[in-house]
Design a protein around this ligand. Sequence first.
Ligand SMILES: O=C(O)C[C@@H](Cc1ccccc1)C(=O)SCC(=O)c1ccccc1
Ligand SMILES: [Zn+2]
Length: 167
Amino acid sequence: MILNILEYPDPRLRTIAKPVDEVTDETRKLIEDMFETMYDAPGIGLAATQVNVHQQIIVMDLSEDKSEPRVFINPKVEVLDGDYQPMQEGCLSVPGFYEDVDRIEHVRINAINEKGEAFELEATGLLAVCIQHEMDHLNGKLFVDYLSALKRNRIRKKLEKLHKKSA
Ligand SMILES: O=C(O)C[C@@H](Cc1ccccc1)C(=O)SCC(=O)c1ccccc1
Ligand SMILES: [Zn+2]
């Protein structure tokens, strides 16, 4: 089922997600709906926060042909080296805006998969960037928070105007 994606500046996007106690069939159904929603958008990542479910669940697929689906439940990210690199980011909750954000170049993520098995992954490049972007969502943070107040307010005003039209 395609789920509704919350859009900035919706305050619910600022909610801190809670850990998943047990990976159940209900968790797996939500993950299935998150993948369907992400592919439909289209996007390369989606955090449960964005569909107003405040559990620590991220789905991702950086492939061109939906061939590399990834699930991260209760993820923890470690910095492997402190270098930052700028990369252009978009966000399904901030549709139509793309801005450069500095992110840590090399990270390690520890998480649980949809079968409840623990795993670890080292990442650089777009995968590392996407992991940090999705982790921010689970902590109520958005990529616009890294921009200047001027840019952030311009984006907010444009999206609020769009919401009024469609409301
Ligand atoms: O809002 C999200 O979390 C999804 C976001 C993830 C992301 C993209 C780029 C850098 C960091 C994080 C998106 O997927 S925005 C859409 C997008 O970037 C894209 C869409 C289709 C094909 C390729 C990229
Ligand atoms: Zn996003």
